[in-house]
Design a protein around this ligand. Sequence first.
Ligand code: GDP
Ligand code: IMO
Ligand code: MG
Length: 427
Amino acid sequence: MPALVLVGAQWGDEGKGKATDLLGGSVDYVVRYQGGNNAGHTVVIGDQKYALHLLPSGILSPNVVPVIGNGVVIDPGVLLSELAGLNERGIDTSKLLISGNAHLITPYHRTLDKVVERFLGKRKIGTTGRGIGPTYADKINRVGIRVQDIFDESILQQKVEAALQDKNQLLVKLYNRRAIPAELVVEEYLGYADKLRPFLADTTLVLDEALKANKVVLLEGGQGTLLDVDHGTYPFVTSSNPTAGGACTGAGIGPTKIDRVIGILKAYTTRVGSGPFPTELLDADGEALRRIGGERGVTTGRDRRCGWFDAVIARYATRVNGLTDFFLTKLDVLTGWEQIPVCVAYEIDGKRVEELPYNQSDFHHAKPIYENFPGWTEDLSKAQSFSDLPKNAQAYVKALEEMSGAPISAIGVGPGRYETIQINSFV
Ligand code: GDP
Ligand code: IMO
Ligand code: MG
């Protein structure tokens, strides 16, 4: 059985954590392939709620081997406290594997993330402030610190000194901050070595052997398609590739090994941070979606911006990820609206546009063209099959499926693990 990828189809927070957890019983490995603790994946099992930032959501499934791939950026302090938090709740985390090639977030990355945002003022990205962008910048600039570096004091010393040479100039002379002494970073990071050593693995080899042994590998995206640094609403994006292609580079798996790409798609749209959002609602409907959907950031606690479903975005996600299926989440949140508008296309400078414009200014000018669908009032949370859904909810799902370009193979009707209607199996 080859690998499958699970990717957010909008701007994140689509319910990737829940979807990964649901698949946990039928997969052998769950790999995070990009992002870091900017992610906030919620998993609800019975009366227990877990918020995962850096760890793959599969860590909650007893038979899964959770893997942090080379494409992830790791804040070791956050990683260890997340592990300790799960251990305290009785979760066994000993099977975790971490790539030695993953890059480390350091205190200077966190500081730079925050000061750069402050300096951008009105033009800020609205990052999570976790040091994600500066860490990926260092990786590309070839001055990053990798997990493997903390096991060799002299290498770590040299690399941290080199990385701080220009950064300290910037911090002091441009941003009016104190310089960060290399020794302090080196001392702190050497201190993580013994704690991380048991998890260190050649993860690409492990995954290759697993696939050869017919194990099922699930690659879990950190963010959503529209936050992808190449395919998202640049510059209002994260600094890595959550789209399906990123799963190959971020896990070290060749594209020929992947046969299923599942897009997680909310029945409406949300976004956190700055940037264009054509269907955003700044009225009572937006407020109601936020309240009923519990749309508050898991990582930063910020209110999420809310709006109607945007089929142009869903089609785009199908295209750039090669989606084979959708997992439609939070359909239950739409219960109670008389009419549910869906954005079917945009109007840009007087013209009807069916596909996401690649030009940033066009996207900023895009006005949604809505089609209204009749709502329903019945509670959906007990629905176990498609036919249990009210007729209008069925019609809404079918319409989204037709517009979005891939079959909807599962429907979320509540946050719990089993509050899901499975239409086609994923594994
Ligand atoms: P992620 O970042 O993609 O994993 O998503 P988040 O966890 O940040 O946000 C999704 C939220 O919706 C979480 O609070 C989930 O528990 C919740 N959720 C997921 N699926 C459903 C669903 O089908 N219905 C409802 N009501 N909540 C859901
Ligand atoms: P999950 O895993 C929603 C957004 C930030 C900001 C932009 C860049 O919960 O889907 P960064 O700190 O990554 O440099 O911030 O990306 N962002 C997310 N928005 N959900 C996320 O993760 C996000 N991770 C990053 O709000 O706009
Ligand atoms: Mg989230």
